[in-house]
Design a binder for this molecule. Structure first.
Ligand code: ADP
Ligand code: MG
Length: 243
């Protein structure tokens, strides 16, 4: 089936969502643009769009094979992913295995402190408010999601953590934390959405402890482009060996 790209529905910080000639489908286009600290820092990472499309496609395919459904339909070009068009729930679901990033400052935790069991946090997806931390109570009160949708999002996030942790482990990376988004089809089906890439995961080299993710860009650690390429190559080898 040939799908035709129509006008942009949403032009985001790192991706563009296009309408298509099929009302249930959209095209997610991955840019090289990178932002950090609520878009106060801006730049580009060479080929990030191509690599993130590849990484995300492989991960969504792997998850689907193991029973986790997402908006992913197909990778249709270097930078384009065909997806089911969704109404995004304005909640970012974060799973943490070790303390890093905002939680260290917020709770005074030392970076790298392991959590005995994965910790789930929610953030209100709102750039002008700086994506504040919210509770399950806020999500239900403001009706961003019903309690059964919230349960589904939380359980899916924990399942994804269980499934991806060992994959990254196999390629020498520890999955420190990651962010997921969800959305509803017009029929009301709730699906995992957006992307799973180095932009939204923290990955630490299991030997050296070095950051192998967007923190290289956030904190000017150098070898940014190279790291994205390196992780994409390792993941690609891993998923190819799984076929
Ligand atoms: N299947 C989908 N249908 C509609 N919108 C989506 C879908 N998947 C992701 N999105 C949304 O599209 C946008 C992707 O672009 P991105 O650059 O990440 O935006 P943002 O600047 O909001 O983070 C996000 O806002 C995301 O929530
Ligand atoms: Mg985004």
């Amino acid at each position: 089936m040939k799908i035709e790209r129509k006008s942009p529905l949403y032009d985001g910080k790192s991706k563009i969502i296009f309408e298509t000639d099929h009302e249930d489908l959209a095209i997610q286009y991955f840019k090289d643009d990178a932002t950090a600290f609520n878009a106060q820092k801006k730049g580009t990472i060479l080929n990030k769009g191509v690599l993130n499309n590849q990484i995300s496609s492989q991960i969504f395919r792997y998850l689907e094979k193991h029973g986790v459904h997402s908006h992913f339909v197909n990778r249709i070009s270097d930078r384009e992913m065909l997806v089911k068009k969704l109404k995004i729930i304005p909640v970012e679901v974060v799973v943490r295995n070790k303390a890093a990033g905002s939680i260290c400052k917020r709770l005074g935790l030392e970076k790298g402190t392991p959590f005995k069991k994965p910790l789930v946090e929610y953030f209100f997806k709102n750039d002008s408010l700086g994506d504040p931390l919210i509770s399950e109570g806020h999500i239900e009160y403001f009706q961003w999601a019903t309690s059964s949708e919230l349960n589904f999002m939380k359980n899916t996030a924990l399942t994804v953590n269980k499934m991806l942790g060992p994959c990254f482990e196999k390629i020498g990376l520890f999955l420190v934390d990651f962010k997921l988004e969800f959305g509803r089809t017009h029929r009301g089906e709730l699906l995992l959405a957006d992307e799973i890439t180095l932009d939204g995961c923290r990955l630490w080299d299991t030997v050296t402890g070095e950051s192998m993710d967007k923190d290289r860009f956030r904190f000017d650690l150098g070898k940014v482009d190279e790291t994205y390429r390196e992780v994409a190559v390792r993941l690609n080898h891993y998923f190819e060996s799984q076929l």
